[in-house]
Ligand binder design. Structure first.
Ligand code: SF4
Length: 60
């Protein structure tokens, strides 16, 4: 399980960066990037994204 950003939906608006309590999200170019070493999978960023770009993934 991990958290992913859909690069087609991400608009780079940065709401997720501001709300993440772990400081796990940064911009890589125009798309948000989540550092899995910092993320604690609380899922706070998922509803924070107005574009629905962040989601839980079953991928390892
Ligand atoms: S799930 Fe929580 S810790 Fe992980 S990137 Fe989103 S807000 Fe940050």
């Amino acid at each position: 399980m991990k958290i992913q950003v859909d690069p087609k939906k991400c608009k780079g608006s940065g709401e997720c960066i501001r709300i993440c309590p772990q400081g796990a999200i940064s911009m890589r170019g125009d798309v948000a990037f989540i550092d899995m070493d910092k993320c604690d999978f609380d899922g706070i960023c998922i509803p924070a994204c107005p574009h629905g770009a962040i989601y839980f993934s079953e991928e390892a």
